[in-house]
Write a protein that binds this ligand. Sequence first.
Ligand code: NAP
Length: 494
Amino acid sequence: MVSTGTPDTTSTQEAVVQAVPKQLFIDGGWVDAEGGKRFDVLDPSTGEVLCSVADASPADGRKALDAAVAAQASFAATSPRERADMLMRAFDLLHERIDDLARLMTLEMGKPLAEAKGEISYAAEFLRHFAGEAVRINGGYQVAPAGGSRFLVTRQPVGPCLLITPWNFPMAMGTRKIGPAIAAGCTSVIKPAHQTPLSMLAFIDILREAGVPDGVVNCVTAMDSGGVMEPLIRSGLARKLSFTGSTKVGKILLEQCAEHVLRTSMELGGNAPFIVFEDADLDEAVQGAMAAKMRNMGEACTAANRIYVHESVIDDFGKRLAETMAGLTVGRGVDEGTTVGPLIDDAAQNKVSELVADAVERGAELLTGGQTPDGAGYFYPPTVLTGVSKDARMATEEIFGPVAPLTPFSEEEEAIKAANDTEFGLVAYVYTNDLRRSLRVAEALESGMVGLNQGVVSNPAAPFGGVKQSGLGREGGPTGIDEFLETKYIGITM
Ligand code: NAP
């Protein structure tokens, strides 16, 4: 179904895009890139240029890191309450401007307006969460087991951080890092993805308004991310890298971090299994699969990538899922009524279409979708495939699109074995009404997170992260701030 909603007017688009600073943010000021270099930002729903932003050189990156290094000592000395207040002011400003920020995000990234608003609330929630954590950084005082001496344990900011974020959640993946960095007293340089720099630039301006001191958060936008970031990682001046993106790039960055033994947080790729047992409530399971699959048009690390359904209910489940998917409205995210926006670029569109063709060649049956539409924009229709074989490419590769592949199973052990048969381990979903089975299966799944009768697990107050090649460390939750703190023990002779 194609959107017939009210089209967004060009003037509203121009106003929100125009309002965003499009330079580099270094040491509290907006500056041009070396030589005035710029690159274009595209609207994935039309393929047209929205605007251009500064294209940082390695020298610009170094200036940003130097500013972060210079600001570190004074920022570490600010009170936790001051840092919490900065975060809460930014939280308020995000909510005040949610409509314009959502439109901006939709224009550069494609997701429907309602989802963009949802992301901005989610992004803001990390600021509120870490404002609370800032004032609860604790330590300890202990008598040594043999008596005599005492242990004093305190926690200090790690130091200047490098933060790299992907395009699929252009604001929330940033606040999930900047929030705890500020709370802990760390300065940083953030580099957003080249496809979606505008949301981060708008947020950086909000941080400036919220009173974050000069040099504390710096932002570089660049086309040559490796060329700009590698010298910073290898400089020995930064103490930490927090990265969200693909496992492939994460591995390259881990090698670079080894040179100076940087602390790392790695939020990497996923290949989430979604298991539906025969005793599950099928209406709830379909709803959960829609949420786990279609959030962000399937362009999420948490997206259900392989859906295993008990053989006794797979036909019914497949029919209901295909009907629900076919009822979605594909269109420009800014148009009223759109529920599925475009994919991020032509490479993403081509990949999804290749994966579907490959699965069909290997015997899968299309229940709905499966045809790349003609015309402008990188659209792909909601698609359901059943009978997807385990040697299909989509069984091992992240689809990152609105495609739900169903595979039947007969025994619980078989489903667990199939679910764990991947190098990834971010999240898994299980639908069953059997309490014992739910806990048994949740414990057996090799993933950092499990959704039990629940299709979305992301919550700023919960520890988000993966095992195996899905990453290192946890973001958000009670331990998210630990990623930005070092523990120091002081031994005292009495
Ligand atoms: P990506 O290609 O790995 O890029 C992520 C970020 O790294 C972008 O800012 C990118 O900049 C930058 N980058 C790429 N190559 C680099 C290099 N050699 N040195 C330094 N920076 C480099 O991933 P993506 O396609 O943007 O995002 C999708 C991936 O992210 C998926 O695998 C998804 O599962 C994962 N993800 C994981 C989580 C999580 O929490 N686990 C959350 C969201 C997404 P450019 O724009 O210049 O390429």
